[in-house]
Design a protein around this ligand. Structure first.
Ligand code: 6R9
Length: 658
């Protein structure tokens, strides 16, 4: 049973983690669903999904739930017609919830804005009218390159309303990254802002668009939100201020019903090689699974919950769990513009306290950052409103999970560790907070309606206690419908490894524990091979993080003349531990700790103490760059890093300490 003591020196890692946290009786009693949902879905998957889809408003009902005859190109809710924006906005107003707050927006400098569903309906209508006046119609592509502003949500929903597709590009990306994405999608309009606040400073944003758009013949207009008031260059005719074009539009707009398979958005995700893939999502199936998972996995009560997902809108988590899922469910949510340490390291907890946030969804990297800052920071705030916590983006180390539950969740809240991908569109594997006895570090069970398996190289399901590759062996409503403009790459990337079995290969390693629960082990490209043993980076990282002095760890395999690969670890120490642990003896003790946790084979050859780790916008560690450092190579392409100066910091720090 549970020993919820994250601060102790409990030796735990993915191999012997055995604590479980069943939901409390009170939580289970009020939960939206029970374990009967698994039985219902197993009895008839298509009927189950049809029932979920019935929760949306359809102008025309579907004639067939799933058409998989042209696999791997799926059609869900065939012949059905709906408007996605109507479902996310208007129908809540028509149901009498116009006064409910949809968005509590909190700006980084401390300004704030509350937007009710009735206001959201007017804003989205105005934006749709404005985009239409700029020539945007069904099937067109609109690039959105904005900070976390309400206008980003208005823009996405306005596209959906018009049947146009959005391609949101993270505001931290370079002009070059924006240019290639605009060109790949042949976008007509790009929506941006003059600047964006980052750690208390107004940084230019439109300037990047000017650079990008110099090389994008398809762009006809640049629509600019005035956020910071900094100077911008202006191209008459091409550039339009949001407040000029949108404000005067009529605040009514009649939504048109589109086919269930009408493209909704493209979202680019970087592959290990080659140009980014434009992942294509469509309407009816996507919205069905977004709404269902948001309601079920977070146990959402739309009338009373205050939900907060801390992701950026430029990541798929922002699409599905800030925009489409919560709004389709009529939820009230917080959207925060800035970084977690502006102006101080308690900003998130101050926001939780201010709005009485009940559901909080973030990434392991953020949790480990909070650990590094210290438990005394959240302890200063009233977090008693929280009732469900979520994690997404990477495997969460058991120690971080325990810390999260103890210091944020008051040893009380369920935690849902949600596995999914840009490609899956919505959550696929996760505990259910009122049903599952949670295990720290495991995503555990495919959701009702979803089928996933761990298989070996030949596609045969492995047994309990064994590891292999994660596959999805049945189509699901929010699955990607392809890679924009490249059907062959879609088939090659996801469907060729187990072509005769028809399995979708997710690219992740995973294993079953002795109960048959699933543990994710990271991308298969990150698996190391030490003297012929396959060792997962996640396992070694979790062993390191389970040591009291370590806040974050990244592990790579560096080529080694004797063992094939040797394990090189990069660690960030917890607040206060720096002096004690960076000495030789302390590093030797850390190596011993890993050896004891996993076995001598997993003992790092070398441990380097660093101030930061290189991460993508969604908080994933870019191990490729660390491998370059470990193998003494010139560091490769850093354009998709959230903060491109991090690699300099790491290289400099290593030089001065050696
Ligand atoms: C939503 C999102 C997808 C990859 C995925 C996996 C990793 C995400 C995870 C997780 C273990 C979890 N991942 N959630 N690994 N446990 N709960 O992150 O999408 O940016 O496309 O990344 O992220 O490796 O394959 P995306």
């Amino acid at each position: 049973m549970s020993q919820p003591d994250g601060q102790s020196n409990t030796l735990d890692n993915l191999l012997n983690e055995s604590r479980t946290f069943p939901p409390s009786e009170e939580f289970a009693a009020q939960a939206n669903v029970t374990s009967a949902l698994y039985d219902e879905a197993n009895a008839d998957r298509e009927a189950f999904w049809a029932k979920q889809a019935e929760g949306l408003h359809w102008d025309t009902k579907w004639s067939q739930v799933l058409d998989w005859s042209n696999a791997p190109f799926a059609k869900w809710f065939v012949d059905g017609k709906l408007n996605v924006a109507y479902n996310c906005v208007d129908r809540h107003v028509e149901a009498g919830h116009g006064d409910r707050v949809a968005i509590y927006w909190e700006g980084e400098p401390g300004d704030s804005r509350q937007i009710t569903y009735a206001e959201l309906q007017r804003e989205v209508s105005r934006t749709a009218n404005a985009l239409a006046s700029l020539g945007v119609g069904a099937g067109d592509r609109v690039a959105i390159y904005l900070p976390m502003l309400p206008e980003a949500v208005f823009s996405m929903l306005a596209c959906a309303r018009l049947g146009a597709m959005h391609s949101v590009v993270f505001g931290g990306f370079s002009s070059e990254a924006l240019r290639t994405r605009i060109n790949d999608a042949q976008a007509k309009v790009v929506i941006t802002s003059d600047g964006q606040y980052r750690r208390g400073k107004a940084m230019p944003l439109k300037a990047n668009v000017d650079d990008a758009v110099a090389g994008t013949p398809s762009i006809e207009h640049v629509l600019v939100v005035n956020r910071t008031g900094i100077d911008v260059e202006w191209h008459d005719g091409r550039d339009k201020w949001w407040h000029d074009v949108v404000a005067d539009q009529p605040d009514q707009h009649t939504p048109e019903a589109f086919d269930s398979e009408q493209p909704l958005f493209i979202l680019y995700t970087s592959g290990t090689t080659g140009k980014p893939k434009g992942i294509l999502h469509t309407s009816g199936g996507y919205l069905t699974q977004a709404a269902y998972t948001h309601r079920t996995v977070f146990d959402l009560k739309a009338e009373s919950d205050i939900y907060w997902c801390t992701a950026d809108i430029g990541w798929v988590t922002g699409h599905t769990y800030i925009v489409y899922g919560p709004l389709a469910n009529g939820a009230s949510q917080v959207i925060y513009e800035g970084t977690p340490n502006t102006p101080h390291e308690g900003r998130h907890w101050e926001i939780v306290q201010k709005y009485g946030v009940t559901i909080y969804y973030t990434a392991p990297t953020t949790i480990r950052t909070f650990m590094k800052w210290g438990a005394e920071i959240p302890a200063k705030y009233d977090l008693s409103s929280l009732r469900v916590l979520g994690s997404v983006g990477e495997p969460i180390n058991p120690e971080a999970w325990i810390w999260y539950r103890k210091n944020i969740g008051g040893d009380r809240t369920p935690i849902v560790d949600t596995w999914w991908q840009t490609e899956t569109g919505a959550i696929m594997i996760s505990p259910l907070p009122g049903v599952t006895a949670a295990k720290p570090g495991s995503a555990q069970t495919p959701l009702p309606g979803i089928s996933a398996k761990v298989v070996n190289e030949t596609g045969k399901q492995v047994g309990n206690g064994e590891g292999g590759l994660l596959v999805l062996d049945q189509p699901w409503p929010s699955m990607l419908r392809g890679i924009w403009g490249d059907d062959q790459r879609y088939k090659d990337t996801y469907w060729s490894k187990f072509a005769d079995l028809g399995y979708y290969f997710a690219g992740d390693g995973a294993k079953y524990d002795t109960d048959g629960d699933i543990w994710l082990l990271g991308r298969v490209d990150d698996v190391m091979n030490v003297s012929g043993h396959r060792i997962s980076t996640t396992e070694v990282e979790s062993a390191l993080v389970s040591h009291p002095s370590v806040a974050e760890a990244a592990v790579v395999g560096a080529s080694d003349p004797t063992t094939g690969q040797g394990i090189v670890a990069f660690v960030i120490l917890r607040g206060g531990a720096e002096d004690a642990a960076s000495g030789e003896a302390a590093l030797a003790a850390l190596r011993e700790h890993v050896s004891k946790e996993i076995g001598p084979i997993a003992k790092p050859r070398q441990i380097m103490v660093v101030p930061e780790l290189p991460k993508t916008r969604s908080g994933k560690i870019m191990r490729r760059l660390l491998r370059d450092v470990a193998e003494n190579r010139e560091v490769g392409d850093v354009t998709t890093l959230a903060d491109s100066s991090v690699m300099d910091l790491i290289s400099k720090g290593l030089k001065s300490s050696s």
